[in-house]
Design a protein around this ligand. Structure first.
Ligand SMILES: [Zn+2]
Length: 301
């Protein structure tokens, strides 16, 4: 077990203030920024640990679970795409003339929902197997690329989306800076991520499922997201809780990835729960954020 108190407190990635130790969990320590509320894992997992983690995950079927419930997730994405389009329209963008990039698009399910709303869609993804599936739906439009270091054929975009992405990165600040460069002035960003300042996160402490070492590194709060985006020329921020309608059987099985303690606790009821295929509104303490890159005409907000 790591000696948490011996690790020197980190300074916050977003506001550079001192971070305070909150708890240890699965051999990692967690620190919260006293200024903006960002929660950071310490130490950062090594590149080898990250590679091994995703390799294991791929092997043991997390992705097959996502694929099995793709139709349910498509409905979730459909609602997100509608919210995105509404925001775009009310901020001067015509979705039918907009080019969207989904970073970390996985198998392109959100691209399907966005294209149904009339958007011209592109995606990037690191997993080669997922890129292959996505490209069957959108030939030539999904690139196996890391946007931080790769120049895409399309130099800029009207809309960028990142769903469940920034919490996985060691350097989300670099990604947001890159996104601000890829977006046209007045362009829109939508991201979705766990909210470490949510009531659920605060109540559950280390048992909040998004505290998943190696997988999730930085857990943002709303103020930390707001600061990071404002530093990168974004304004008109709108936050909303991410409530998803998902089958009970999926929610339970996904606890093997996030919330293993709850999965084990409910194991005696597993045959019953996994037979429940109807959907209920589910809130796991995640947030959706919409923001607009400032143009000369966009006032600060
Ligand atoms: Zn901070």
């Amino acid at each position: 077990m790591m000696k948490s108190k011996s690790i020197s407190p980190l300074s916050c990635l977003v506001c550079r203030r001192r971070m305070g130790f909150i708890f240890s969990y699965h051999r990692y320590d967690y620190f919260r920024c006293s200024g903006c509320g960002l929660v950071t894992t310490s130490p950062y997992p090594t590149e080898t640990a990250i590679l091994n983690h995703y390799r294991q995950k791929f092997k043991h079927g997390n992705y097959s679970l996502s694929r099995r419930y793709a139709a349910s997730y498509l409905k979730v994405y459909h609602h997100l795409a509608i919210r995105l389009v509404d925001y775009c329209r009310s901020h001067g963008l015509n979705p039918n003339e907009s080019r969207l990039l989904d970073i970390g698009t996985f198998t392109g399910d959100f691209l399907e929902a966005a294209s149904q709303q009339g958007l011209e869609v592109y995606g990037t993804e690191l997993q080669p197997e997922a890129v292959k599936i996505a490209n069957q739906k959108f030939p030539g439009r999904v690139f196996q690329a890391n946007v931080l270091i790769t120049t895409l054929p399309q130099k800029n975009f009207d809309i960028i989306t990142m769903l469940g992405l920034i919490e996985h990165l060691i350097n989300p600040d670099e990604l947001i800076a890159r996104v601000a460069k890829l977006l046209k002035p007045g362009g829109v960003l939508m991201l979705q991520t766990p909210d470490s300042g949510s009531f659920l996160a605060r109540s559950l402490g280390k048992w909040w499922p998004p505290y998943a070492p190696v997988e999730h590194i930085h857990l943002f709060s709303r103020p930390s997201l707001a600061r990071l985006l404002q530093k990168n020329s974004f304004g008109s921020l709108v936050f909303m809780p991410h409530i998803k309608h998902l089958p009970i059987s999926y929610i339970y099985q996904n606890m093997q990835n996030f919330g293993l303690e709850f999965y084990r606790l409910l194991k005696p009821l597993k045959p019953l729960i996994t037979s429940l295929h109807f959907s209920l509104p589910f809130y796991g303490g995640e947030v959706i954020l919409l923001a607009q890159k400032r143009s000369a005409r966009t006032p600060k907000s």
